[in-house]
Write a protein that binds this ligand. Structure first.
Ligand SMILES: [Zn+2]
Length: 180
């Protein structure tokens, strides 16, 4: 008897045909298989009753499932990561070209954001460097979950590699200084 038929019978379904009913009545090994499957189902039911399902389980399952074709084509899903990647690219261009030339309001805003980020980095380079190192992996993983949805995000992720290498080097230096 097919294992799927055994499962169906064990969960209380009627035999699919008169032939199946006859076989089940005559064949001891299939009847035993159905009994065992039914017992397993009952045990699993008890397990489920005792186990508390986390409230965010559905969200987590939804998060790890792959995108459907319709979702891949939906603008709503891709717009936020694309905007983020665009903002990152804008920051990169601003860094390369320098924000001095042709200060439009947008560039001024970018420059202010960059200056704030640089100031925060300088502040963190002091005593707070180890705290930054603790925050960095979590920040990087959060960023990667955001970015890995878009191809442009992958390119942006590559930028994390030199950043991480630089952070590691700075950390190693600060630790050897602290040991002295
Ligand atoms: Zn059989």
């Amino acid at each position: 008897m097919d294992p799927l038929d055994v499962e169906a019978l064990a969960s209380g379904e009627e035999p699919s045909s008169a032939q199946a009913r006859g076989h089940l009545a005559a064949c001891a090994s299939c009847a035993e298989a159905v009994r065992r499957a039914a017992r397993l189902e009952t045990d699993l039911g008890w397990l489920g009753a005792e186990e508390r399902v986390p409230l965010d389980l559905a969200d987590r399952v939804l998060r790890i499932r792959p995108f459907s074709v319709a979702e891949k084509r939906s603008i709503g899903i891709w717009a936020p990561p694309a905007a983020l990647a665009g903002a990152l690219a804008l920051c990169g261009f601003a860094l390369i070209s320098g924000t001095a030339g042709a200060p439009s309001s947008e560039q001024a805003g970018t420059a202010a954001a960059l200056a704030a980020a640089a100031a925060a980095l300088l502040r963190a380079t002091g005593r707070g460097l180890l705290e930054l190192a603790e925050a960095a992996p979590a920040g990087a993983s959060a960023l990667s979950t955001l970015l890995h949805r878009s191809p442009a995000g992958w390119a942006a992720l590559l930028l994390l590699v030199p950043a991480a290498l630089g952070l590691r080097r700075t950390l190693a230096r600060s630790r050897s200084l602290a040991r002295r």
